[in-house]
Ligand binder design. Structure first.
Ligand SMILES: [Ca+2]
Ligand SMILES: [Ca+2]
Length: 235
């Protein structure tokens, strides 16, 4: 009498768990670039496509070629495609990474045209690997989209702050917002951490936050505020 009841309860909890899992999967918000972005990035009157291209899928077995299952681990890169010159031009814009934190088309250079592509990708078990960029475009040969300039690339020696002596860059991130009323348009915020050789992986010793504004005369980002702090030790 007890055993069938336990069995029924067990089955019921499996059914509930499956239902909850299915509901959770259905409710998962779409990831950035699950749907490609379309915009006239080079200003030639026709739209280009910004997409994430899967390069490999990782499961319990050997890596498999894409398409990857929707909730699985994968490597991806960001590219822009343009139907032009009787074919398709593909511009690869990032390294192979594992997650996309954001991909947005913005007017970051304040010329009144929303045509710059900003994105951030991450990689690694704790997503410590980072590559972020803001790219502007122009029409290139054969009417195909080409990179005009990379307006910001992170992390690079010129975009990470001065490291405290004896430390190395641990991780960082880029955010874009109208942070400062002193400057027109959008500003950037980079936040990064620096580790000492004996810091545990969880806990770098220092952090730095830097804000950047776009200098329209020089056509480049300039840091206008930066602050280094010593991070609290884990208890
Ligand atoms: Ca175009
Ligand atoms: Ca613009």
């Amino acid at each position: 009498m007890i055993a069938p009841m336990i069995r029924r309860l067990t089955c019921l909890s499996f059914v509930l768990a499956a239902a909850i899992c299915a509901a959770a999967a259905a409710d998962d918000p779409p990831r950035p670039l699950d749907a490609p972005l379309r915009a006239d990035l080079d200003g030639d009157g026709t739209a280009e496509t910004v997409r994430a291209r899967e390069t490999a899928c990782f499961g319990p077995q050997e890596p498999t070629p894409p398409p990857c299952p929707p909730d699985g681990l994968r490597t991806i890169l960001v590219e822009v495609t343009d139907a032009c010159a009787g074919g398709e031009r593909v511009l690869k814009l990032s390294r192979e990474m594992e997650f996309i934190s954001f991909a947005r088309i913005l007017d970051t250079d304040r010329d009144g045209q929303r045509r710059e592509l900003a994105f951030e990708l991450r990689a690694g078990a704790s997503a410590r690997g980072v590559q972020a960029k803001i790219v502007s475009f122009r029409p290139g040969a054969g009417g195909c989209v080409a990179v005009r300039r990379t307006l910001f690339s992170y992390p690079r020696p010129e975009t990470i702050g001065r490291r405290p002596q004896g430390t190395s860059f641990a991780s960082g991130s880029l955010m874009i917002k109208d942070y400062s009323p002193r400057y027109q348009g959008l500003e950037l915020r980079t936040g990064e951490t620096y580790s000492r050789p004996r810091d545990p992986g969880c806990c770098p010793t220092f952090g730095r936050v830097t804000f950047w504004r776009f200098d329209t005369e020089q056509q480049r980002y300039r840091a206008f505020r930066t602050k280094l702090t010593r991070l609290p030790r884990p208890s």
